[in-house]
Structures are given as structure tokens and as C-alpha cells.
Design a protein around this ligand. Structure first.
Ligand SMILES: Cc1ncc(COP(=O)(O)O)c(C=O)c1O
Length: 388
């Protein structure tokens, strides 16, 4: 913490707050469909669980702060095979989820007065993390008509606005937008980024494997290799491998940044669990058919939910290309935060768009079974009828 403040409720995740409310209401016996959390309802694949069971029989000691060597090696293999990117061993840092990796990167590089360009809608944790490091998020609104993608024009405007930008955040598929960038989109962003050689780019690719089209995934470091030194790719096993609670994420970037991040990590929790790291090796090296199978299920859920939501004239909702969130725009007079509270009373928990820098929207997670999801969406549609 750089500021004199102690961390207060101002830094609490609004997603976790809504999820907590839903859990508390359920504990009181209320019937609540919970569409708040970005947590797959699948389990980790069986080969991962088997590897973890086996690992329990070995002596689980401290690991190096940047992760066990076999995991760093598996991460390098995936980067090469999936993205055509080559990293050396000292360009990888493993931490307690992508969240800690991002926090480590900010802790290692931000000082009071620095700024981070954050396109909105954004993952709700970015601004809080930036402020905890004493820096300021510069929020750049994007347009629904452009799928909430950051365009070169937005980015150039953001740079004109910022006085001391250190980082730009890119996140695709986006949470909460579900949007992806094409190679052309990224080329256009790269053109702008080349004009600001001091600025680093956080490429949050945590949802990269959850996509609903057949196009190859595009990430900035592959599209613009000349920028690779300035890019930190963030990924992990939480989403694609349904391993949220195992807490394994990683960053791939320049040697100097990775070394600084590893120092931060070594002073906060030393390392993430050695058992979880061994399970993550199995996840990255094991069979991959389940990814396509699960994506087909997510896609079907997305379409089932859209079928219900799009019948309502009280909202407008587009079709996400990846991740597992729907982001309806609410076309009634009530604000999204009051609406999310009212919706709890009729049995559906959502997250207000304001939490992601996008008022007048709601985020619905479709990482839940289809029947429950359709029930939640039906409750939402019915409830909206009451508002003008
Ligand atoms: C965009 C984004 N980045 C990072 C994370 C953090 O993931 P984890 O810390 O579980 O690896 C999340 C989790 O919700 C996310 O949505």
C-alpha cells in the first residue's frame, strides 16, 4: 500500500459482494438463481485430479517463487504450440491465480501518480488493484456498437488524456463483454502503442480457450512481435480447466519485469501451492478434447439464455464470442444497482454493470447448467415488465 489509507470496503470486489448476498439469502432458505460468479460449474478434468492424487504421495516442499520447473516448462510449451511464442525459463512467473500475477505486476511497477489505461467495461478488480498501488486508473469507455473493443481511436484519446501512463490493459475474450480482437484490430492498436515506447501492455488472456467460433485466438504479442518486450501475457488454469480454487496463474514477459514480479511474490506468499502446481502441469500437458466439448456446452447455454432475453423489449443483448458472460443493456428507467437488488427479491442474483464501468447493464454468468440459467433469465425478463 502506497497511500495512507487502510484497505476499506472501497476496494472490495462488487462481484464477490453480490455473490455473498446470494449465498446469505440461500442460507435463509430463499430460492435464488445465482448468475454472479465467473466460476465454471464443471470440475477439473479427471487426468488433473489423478495427477493431484498421485502427487499427494510425494513430499510437497516449498517451490521456487516463480514456480516449479516442470510447470514453467509446460507453460512455455503451450505458448509455443498455441500462440507461436517462445519464452525462456526466466520469462515465466507462476502465482496464486492470474489475479495475483496482475497484482504482482502492478506492485512491481506502479508508484503514486502513475496511471493505467483501463478500457471499460473492465474486469471489476483492475481499478481496485491499481488504486491499492497508489496509482490511478484512466477509464476509457468503448462502444457497444463496436462490441466493446478498444479501438485505435479510443487508445490514442486515452494517451492524450493520461499524464503518466505505465500500462494499458487488454483483455480478450473480455470479462464482461465476451469480445475478441481480430488480427486487424490488434495491428491498429499496435500502431498507436509504438508511439509510446515506455508503456507496458497487460494482455489478460485468461479466457483465451473459451471461445465459440473456429477462428484462431489472436494475442498482441503474436500479432506485433516487435512489442513483445513490453507485453505481459497473463493466463491460468482457473477458467478453461475449471480450476478456480487451485489458484494457479502465470505471467510471461520480459526478464526484468518477471524478475521484479517474482521478488514481490517471494515476499507475499512465497509461491502458490506445490500440489496445485503439479496438478496444473497435468492440465497443460494432458489431453485437450474436453476444451472443445465444454465450449460446445457453454455455447448452447449462451444461445438458450439469449433466446429468453432477446424476447424482451426491455433489454438489448448481443452474442458474446467467448468467456461465459451475457451483458444485457437495460432499457427501463431504473438504475442497474437498484435493479440488481430488486432482482434478488424475485430470486435471481446478477452483477450490476456499474461494477465493470458500464452502468445500465447487468452481467449474467452462464457458467451454470442450462435449466437454472433459463430459469434465472425468465425471472429477469418477468421482473423487468414491472418497470417503465
Ligand atoms: C478478466 C479476468 N482476469 C483475471 C481473473 C483472475 O483469475 P484467477 O485469479 O482465478 O486466475 C479473472 C477472474 O474472474 C478475470 O475475469
Amino acid at each position: 500500500m502506497h497511500s495512507n489509507e487502510t484497505p476499506t470496503s472501497a476496494f472490495q470486489s462488487p462481484i464477490l459482494l453480490m455473490a455473498k448476498r446470494a449465498v446469505a439469502m440461500r442460507a435463509e432458505g430463499r430460492d435464488i438463481v445465482d448468475l454472479t460468479l465467473g466460476e465454471p460449474d464443471f470440475n477439473a478434468p479427471k487426468h488433473v485430479l489423478d495427477a493431484a492424487h498421485l502427487a499427494l504421495g510425494s513430499r510437497l516442499t516449498y517451490s521456487p517463487s516463480n514456480g516449479i520447473e516442470p510447470l514453467r516448462s509446460a507453460i512455455r510449451m503451450r505458448a509455443r504450440e498455441d500462440r507461436g511464442l517462445d519464452f525462456d525459463d526466466d520469462q515465466i512467473s507462476v502465482g496464486c491465480g492470474a489475479k495475483q500475477i496482475i497484482f504482482n505486476a502492478f506492485q512491481a511497477t506502479l508508484k503514486p501518480g502513475d496511471e493505467v489505461i483501463v478500457p471499460a467495461p473492465y474486469w471489476a478488480s483492475y481499478p481496485g488493484m491499481i488504486k491499492m498501488c497508489g496509482a490511478q486508473p484512466i477509464i476509457l469507455p468503448t462502444a457497444a456498437s463496436e462490441g466493446f473493443r478498444l479501438t485505435a481511436e479510443h487508445l490514442a484519446a486515452g494517451f492524450r488524456l493520461a499524464k503518466s501512463p505505465k500500462w494499458v490493459i487488454l483483455n480478450a475474450p473480455g470479462n464482461p463483454s465476451g469480445s475478441l480482437y481480430s488480427e486487424t484490430d490488434l495491428q491498429a492498436l499496435a500502431e498507436v502503442l509504438r508511439q509510446y515506447p515506455e508503456v507496458m501492455i497487460l494482455s489478460d488472456d485468461i479466457y483465451a480457450e473459451i471461445r465459440f467460433n473456429q477462428e484462431p485466438y489472436q494475442t498482441l504479442a503474436s500479432v506485433a512481435p516487435d512489442l513483445a518486450e513490453r507485453i505481459l501475457i497473463v493466463d491460468g488454469v482457473s477458467k478453461a480447466y475449471a480450476m478456480t480454487g487451485w489458484r494457479v496463474g502465470w505471467g510471461c514477459g520480459s526478464r526484468s519485469l518477471i524478475s521484479a514480479m517474482t521478488t514481490v511474490q517471494s515476499q507475499n506468499c512465497t509461491q502458490t501451492s506445490t500440489l496445485s502446481q503439479l496438478a496444473a502441469v497435468a492440465a497443460l500437458e494432458g489431453p485437450r478434447d474436453f476444451l472443445a466439448e465444454r465450449n460446445a456446452i457453454y455455447r448452447q447455454r449462451r444461445d438458450a439464455a439469449l433466446h429468453v432475453l432477446q424476447a424482451s423489449d426491455k433489454m438489448e443483448v448481443s452474442r458474446p464470442e467467448g468467456a461465459f458472460y451475457l451483458l444485457p443493456q437495460i432499457k427501463t428507467s431504473i438504475d442497474d444497482q437498484s435493479l440488481a437488488l430488486d432482482l434478488l427479491e424475485v430470486g435471481v442474483a446478477t452483477v450490476p454493470g456499474s461494477a465493470f464501468g458500464l452502468p445500465r447493464h447487468l452481467r449474467l454468468s452462464f457458467a451454470t447448467d442450462e435449466a437454472t440459467l433459463v430459469q434465472g433469465c425468465t425471472r429477469l425478463v418477468r421482473a423487468l415488465e414491472a418497470y417503465s
